[in-house]
Design a protein around this ligand. Structure first.
Ligand code: GDP
Length: 471
């Protein structure tokens, strides 16, 4: 199944020079048009002129230099005044000769430069093709290429931090080491097959089992970190619970800033449970509005039923919303608290009193809760900063350790782990050595797909089709 990189390389023709607008399309002060490929420098030289009208040749300029010039259409008309940066192979992002044209922002200028360059002999890059070439030329491995994608799409500090860890190649370095140790063990085992009559043991069984135990443990840790990294990938789950009419839908709308949930003065009109993402202070939250607890007012009982039924049980934060005009007293809150904490041992429970605007005069006794008016937008800042604070605590647990955040890595690691477990079982039962070796080979393959030491076009397409053009 797995090809080596060389065979994949043949399928994309790196002789072709690719071009793309690397910056966002639209009006901006500056934009960058980038090229990569064997003749990139020559192609740019064809359309570039100096102030005095002579062509600006980049043929002999050294790498990492900047040049001032004008991009001119084939008919001689001027498109823009630009700064051109030249990178010679292998010292470029892609590992190939590359050029970046810094031009004035704006859809027309960049499109015209792009068209002129295509006429001069290059073609439009596919999504992620620059990064794909960087991978194929050995500048980065696959996990780093994926981290580039994660970095570009990161909307939260947590995702950004995780992408930076992977960009450094921490995971791949460890996996490459693990893989080469497995390959060595496997080769020794396979060598024994050639001497099968002589009953030799090149690879001590005890050593091998010890090594596998160690690897399995390590893979287990990585695999389980994926579950844990959910708060990074999907955000901090916040569930709003409370009696009917407490204002749960109103609060959800206020937090996500959209008229999404159905709000009604009639109790229990939230029909489905809704989940909506929202960002605050660089943190991604997923807020869950529960289906109205319509059958009874017994919150705990209702929550118990719901918890056992619904996937929102894994919330990190529970907002218990109550109506301040219902004279809920402190004792009542204190009674609910331990029950909720028992129901949601993993979550932080936050008491929030709503409809502060209706308290006339607004005399509120010492209620151990955040007081808001979801409808009149009072106290929401305070609630948001408390949510952010709790989220940061919850994400702090994920910091510092190596996290698997990518589902592709997770699947390959799980497969590798099962293969190693299989090998270990065979070993402990003094089972068939050829089967053992083939399980080890399977693990070697799986680990190799993560870093890209083993790759094929399906894997590459899966990764790079999610990139934007120009990256
Ligand atoms: P849910 O059943 O908990 O989802 O409650 P809703 O969000 O549907 O709100 C119930 C009723 O309370 C609606 O009529 C809302 O307009 C009203 N409401 C919600 N928040 C406030 C608030 O802060 N102040 C006032 N005065 N009314 C509110």
């Amino acid at each position: 199944k797995g090809h080596d990189q060389a065979s994949v390389k043949q399928e994309i023709n790196q002789e072709e020079v690719i071009v793309a607008i690397a910056t966002t399309v639209g009006v901006g002060a500056l934009a960058i048009v980038r090229l990569s490929g064997k003749d990139a420098i020559e192609i740019v030289s064809k359309v570039l002129y100096k102030k005095n009208g002579q062509t600006l040749s980049l043929y002999h300029v050294p790498t990492h230099t900047a040049h001032h010039g004008y991009v001119v259409k084939p008919d001689g008309s001027l498109i823009d005044e630009v700064m051109v940066l030249v990178y010679r192979m292998p010292r470029s992002y892609t590992g190939e000769d590359s050029v970046e044209i810094n031009c004035h922002g704006g859809a027309l200028v960049t499109e015209e430069i792009l068209r002129t360059l295509i006429e001069a002999g290059c073609r439009l890059a596919e999504p992620g093709e620059f990064t794909k070439r960087a991978f194929l030329n050995g500048k980065i491995d696959l996990t780093q290429a994926e981290a580039v994608g994660e970095l570009i799409h990161a909307k939260t500090y947590a995702m950004h931090r995780s992408a930076m860890v992977h960009l450094k190649g921490t995971l791949s370095k460890r996996l490459q080491q693990l893989r080469s140790e497995l390959i060595r063990a496997c080769a020794l085992l396979e060598l024994e097959f050639d001497f099968s009559e002589e009953d030799v043991e090149f690879q001590s069984r005890d050593d091998l089992r010890q090594m596998l135990d160690k690897f399995i443990q390590e893979l287990e840790q990585l695999v389980s970190s994926f579950e844990f990294s959910k708060v990074i990938r999907e955000g901090i789950k916040v569930t709003i619970i409370g009696k009917p009419n407490a204002g749960k839908s109103t609060l959800l709308n206020a937090l996500i800033g959209k008229e999404r949930a159905l709000v009604s003065a009639e109790a229990g009109t939230t029909r489905d449970y809704l989940q909506e993402p929202f960002y605050y202070g660089g943190v991604l939250f997923q807020i869950v509005d529960t289906a109205g607890l319509r059958e009874s007012d017994n919150i705990i009982e209702q929550e118990g039923i719901r918890r056992s039924k619904e996937q929102s049980a894994d919330a990190q934060i529970i907002i218990y919303l109550f109506d301040l005009t219902h004279h809920l007293n402190i004792q009542e809150l204190n009674k609910i608290k331990p029950d909720l904490e028992k129901l949601y041992p993993e979550a932080k429970v936050l008491f929030v009193g709503n409809k502060l605007d209706l308290l006339k005069p607004p005399i509120v006794q010492d209620v151990p809760a955040i007081l808001i008016s979801a409808e009149k937008n009072i106290g929401l800042d305070c609630l948001l900063s408390e949510l952010k604070h709790l989220a940061e605590n919850s994400q702090a647990r994920t910091e510092g350790s190596l996290m698997v955040t990518n589902v592709r890595h997770y699947e390959a690691l799980s497969n590798a782990m099962s293969a190693l477990k299989e090998a270990n079982t065979l070993l402990s039962q003094n089972g068939n050595m050829e089967l053992t070796a083939s399980s080890l080979r399977a693990a070697v393959y799986e680990v190799g797909t993560i870093t890209g030491e083993v790759t094929n076009n399906d894997i590459l397409n899966y990764i790079f089709e999610k990139f934007c053009i120009g990256k």
